[in-house]
Write a protein that binds this ligand. Structure first.
Ligand code: MLC
Ligand code: AMP
Length: 474
C-alpha cells in the first residue's frame, strides 16, 4: 500500500491537532472532513489539475488538501497576480479553476466550505501513485513568461521527510509563519509539512513581527520566514524577544544578512537555521538543528541529495570554502520538468543528470555550503520572491512611451534586492509615466513584481556588441 502524502492528517491519533489560518482554526479531524468532501467533489467532476487563487485563507488550505487527497494536481495562482499573469497560468497549465467561476466572473466565496457541507461521508480516498503530480508551481526565468514547475508527490514527500530529519521536526511542533500560499516555502513546506509530519500549523496572516510574537505566546515552536521578515523582526526588539520560547527559527528563500542573524541571536537567543532551495529542487541544503549554525552558511545537503560546485568547464572545484562555481544538485526532491517545455527542461540539466541551479556557491571542507550570489543578473530576489528581469522588460516595452529599458535588482536593506526599471523614454517623459509603468507591471504580472523605482535615462550603457551592461547600472 502506498503511504499517504499527508500521513499526519490521516493519522487518527493526531485528530485534535490544530491548523489555524489567519482567524480560522480547524482541528485535523475537521480539516479532513472538509477536505475529503472537496476531494469527492473534484473526483465527481473528474478533475485532474486544478488552479486555485491562493489567498492566505483556510479556503485555500481546504482546497489544496482536498486536491492532494483526491490525487489532483494543484496550480496555485499568486494572490497578487494581475489579470495578465493569471491568464498565462490558467492557459499554460490548462488547469480547471477551483472553485468553479461564478456567472459574474468572480470565484464563488466559501465554495470550498460549501462543497464540504454537501460531501458524503462514504467517499473513499483513492490510493495515489507517488509518481503522480502534486503541484505545478509557476516561477520566473531570466527571460520570457513564468514556467510551470512540475513537482511529483514523491519529490514533495522526500523533501518534507528530509527536513523533518534535518530539523528534528515532529508532531509535537507547532509551525508558525505568514508566508504566501503559492510557493514552495509557504505552501509545500509551510502547509504540507505539518500535515505530513502531524504537527500544528499557525498561519499568522500578514507576517508582521507582532504576529510572530503572538504566535510564540500562543505556543508555536518553529518559525519560518524569508530574510525580509526576519529583518523586520529584528527591528522590533520587543516582538523579537517573544521568540525566545521557540525551539527553532528557520530562514530561507534568499540570503540572510549577517547582521540579521546576529540581531536574532542577541534578541531571541536563537541562531537561525538557514536553508537553501529552489522551486525546481525543493530544499536541497539545510542547516541541521543538531549541526553547525553559522551566519551566511546554509548547511549541508539534506538526506538523499547530492551537491557539487563546478567551474565554467563543468569540472568540480575544491571543497575549500573559498573556491567558487555553480552549485549543481541531484536527488529525490527534484522536479519532473517544466510543463510543456522539454527543451528548457533539458537545458536545466547537465549531460550526467545534475540540475544547474544558476547559483554561485562554495563548499567548505566540513561540507557546509555558502551561497555567494546568482550567476545571472537577470534573476532578481526581492522579499524572497524570484522575479525575472526579462518578463518585466517585455511588459515595459509594451508601453508606447518606452523606447528601451533594463530592469535590475539593486541592493536593498529591507527586500534584499529592490526592482529598479531604467527606462529610455520614446519622447519627453510626462510626470505620471513612472506610476503608469508600475501599474502596467502590476496588471500584467503581479504586485510583488512591480518596480519600486523608475529611473529615466537618455541611453543605456552597452558594450561593443550592443548588449546592455547591467552591471554598470547597479
Ligand atoms: C503597493 N501595493 C500595491 C501597489 N503598490 N498594490 C497594487 N498596486 C500597486 N502599485 C500594496 C500591495 O497590494 C500590498 O497591499 C502592499 O502594497 C504590499 O506591500 P509590499 O511592500 O510589496 O509588500 P510587503 O507586505 O512589505 O511584503 C514583504 C514580504 C513579502 C516579505 C512580506 O515580500 C513576502 O511575503 N515575501 C515572501 C516571498 C516568498 O514566500 N518566497 C518564497 C519563494 S519559494 P495590502 O493591501 O496587501 O496591504 C523559494 C524556495 C525557498 O524561494 O528556498 O524557499
Ligand atoms: P525560488 O525558485 O523562488 O524558490 O528561488 C530560488 C532561488 O532563491 C535560488 O536559486 C537562490 O538564488 C535563492 N535562495 C533560496 N534560498 C536561499 C538562501 N538561503 N540563500 C541564498 N539564496 C537563496
Amino acid at each position: 500500500m502506498t503511504e499517504p502524502l499527508l500521513r499526519g492528517l490521516l493519522d487518527p491519533t493526531r485528530a485534535d491537532a490544530l491548523v489555524q489560518v489567519a482567524d480560522t482554526t480547524l482541528s485535523y479531524a475537521a480539516l479532513l472532513t472538509s477536505a475529503t468532501a472537496v476531494a469527492e467533489a473534484m473526483a465527481r467532476e473528474s478533475l485532474s489539475r486544478i488552479a486555485i487563487d491562493a489567498t492566505p485563507t483556510m479556503d485555500t488550505v481546504i482546497s489544496v488538501v482536498g486536491a492532494i487527497l483526491a490525487g489532483v494536481e494543484v496550480v496555485p495562482i499568486p494572490a497578487d497576480a494581475g489579470p495578465g499573469e493569471r491568464a498565462h497560468i490558467l492557459n499554460d497549465s490548462g488547469a480547471d479553476l477551483w472553485p468553479a467561476t461564478a456567472p459574474n466572473g468572480g470565484a464563488t466565496e466559501g465554495a470550498a466550505e460549501r462543497a464540504a457541507e454537501s460531501g458524503r461521508a462514504a467517499y473513499r480516498l483513492p490510493e495515489v501513485s507517488p509518481d503522480a503530480g502534486a503541484f505545478v508551481l509557476y516561477t520566473s526565468g531570466t527571460t520570457g513568461l513564468p514556467k510551470g514547475v512540475r513537482l511529483s508527490r514523491r519529490a514533495v514527500a522526500a523533501g518534507l521527510d528530509a527536513l523533518a530529519d534535518a530539523w528534528a521536526w515532529t508532531a509535537d511542533d507547532v509551525l508558525a509563519h505568514g508566508l504566501p500560499l503559492f510557493h514552495v516555502h509557504g505552501l509545500v513546506l509551510g502547509v504540507l509539512g505539518p500535515l505530513r509530519i502531524g504537527g500544528g500549523l499557525r498561519h499568522v496572516g500578514r507576517p508582521t513581527p507582532s504576529a510572530y510574537a503572538a504566535a510564540a505566546h500562543a505556543g508555536a515552536t518553529m518559525f519560518f520566514a524569508v530574510p525580509t521578515i526576519w529583518s523586520r523582526v529584528v527591528a522590533e526588539p520587543e516582538s523579537a524577544r517573544a521568540l525566545r520560547s521557540a525551539r527553532l527559527l528557520v530562514s530561507g528563500s534568499a540570503a540572510l544578512p549577517v547582521p540579521v542573524f546576529e540581531g536574532l541571536r542577541e534578541l531571541t537567543g536563537h541562531e537561525v537555521c538557514e536553508r537553501y532551495g529552489m522551486t525546481e529542487t525543493l530544499i536541497t541544503v539545510a542547516t541541521r538543528a543538531d549541526g553547525v549554525r553559522r551566519a551566511g552558511c546554509v548547511g549541508v545537503p539534506v538526506a538523499g541529495v547530492k551537491t557539487r560546485v563546478v567551474d565554467d568547464d563543468g569540472a568540480p572545484v575544491p571543497a575549500d570554502g573559498t573556491s567558487l562555481g555553480e552549485l549543481q544538485v541531484c536527488g529525490p526532491t527534484l522536479f519532473d520538468g517544466y510543463l510543456g517545455l522539454p527543451e528548457a527542461t533539458a537545458a536545466a540539466f547537465t549531460a550526467d543528470g545534475w540540475f544547474r541551479t544558476g547559483d554561485v556557491a562554495t563548499i567548505a571542507a566540513d561540507g557546509t555550503h555558502r551561497i555567494v550570489g546568482r550567476a545571472s543578473v537577470d534573476l532578481i530576489k526581492s522579499g524572497g520572491y524570484r522575479i525575472g528581469a526579462g518578463e518585466i522588460e517585455s511588459v515595459l516595452l509594451g508601453h508606447p512611451a518606452v523606447a528601451e529599458c533594463a530592469v535590475i535588482g539593486v541592493p536593498d536593506d529591507d527586500l534584499g534586492q529592490r526592482i529598479v526599471a531604467v527606462v529610455v523614454p520614446a519622447g519627453p517623459a510626462p510626470d505620471e509615466l513612472a506610476t503608469e509603468l508600475i501599474d502596467l507591471v502590476v496588471a500584467q504580472l503581479s504586485v510583488h513584481k512591480r518596480p519600486r523605482e523608475v529611473r529615466f535615462v537618455a541611453a543605456l550603457p552597452r558594450n561593443e556588441m550592443g548588449k546592455v551592461q547591467k552591471t554598470r547600472l547597479t
